[in-house]
Design a protein around this ligand. Structure first.
Ligand SMILES: [Zn+2]
Length: 204
């Protein structure tokens, strides 16, 4: 029988002490799965001596990766020389939140970054592997308004970005899935279909 995963997202800013408490809280609430940001120290090797890492091992908790991680895909240092990869707002390019997903060079840049981020954590994720690729918190609708992107709603721009990550993941592990959120926005993401390795998740 397939195990049902009840998950808890760990805030990247939580201290080691707070994480210990969170793990006991998870166990009390019968959570069997912890989700860490792709950038979380949990995935770094120097983390092995942490007590919470040992607790995770002792209680055989499932590990998943991701969360509000979409902005991580676009390296901010590209802003200086490659502004057209970034999102446009009232005629100006901005480095925050999301990026310009219809630019093929953006897709190339986030493909490269996703490859690095996903491959780095892959061996620490419990199979069947699940990743969560959610938009920036409280800026879910803050996307690109450049002439090419204007034809796409925020929900569609978000799907273009997650599809790119899904393509990368398929090359690394063809059993793995990406959870994404369905926007309640109008119009819906009708113009873009999610990849077959993507699963719709509840809003968080
Ligand atoms: Zn754009």
């Amino acid at each position: 029988m397939k195990q049902i995963r009840k998950r808890l997202f760990i805030d990247i800013k939580a201290s080691a002490k707070e994480r210990e408490k969170i793990i006991y809280l998870a166990l009390e609430n019968e959570c069997n799965t912890l989700v860490f940001s792709l950038n979380d120290n949990y995935f770094k090797n120097d983390n092995k001596k942490q007590k919470y890492t040992k607790l995770i091992k002792n209680y055989v908790l499932n590990i998943e990766a991701g969360g509000r991680d979409l902005p991580l895909l676009m390296p901010k240092q590209l802003f200086l020389l490659h502004r057209d990869l970034f999102r446009m707002e009232q005629g100006r390019r901005k480095a925050d939140h999301h990026f310009c997903p219809t630019n093929p060079q953006t897709i190339a840049a986030i493909t490269e970054k996703a490859n690095i981020l996903l491959a780095d954590v892959l061996y620490k994720i419990t199979a069947p592997r699940i990743f969560h690729m959610l938009p920036d918190k409280d800026n879910e609708n803050t996307w690109c308004a450049c002439p090419a992107c204007r034809a796409f709603s925020p929900a569609e721009q978000y799907l273009i970005a997650v599809n790119t990550v899904a393509d990368v993941l398929a090359t690394l592990d063809n059993e793995a899935k990406i959870f994404y959120v369905d926007f309640d926005t109008e119009p819906d993401a009708e113009g873009i279909s999610p990849r077959s390795n993507m699963v719709i998740s509840e809003r968080i």
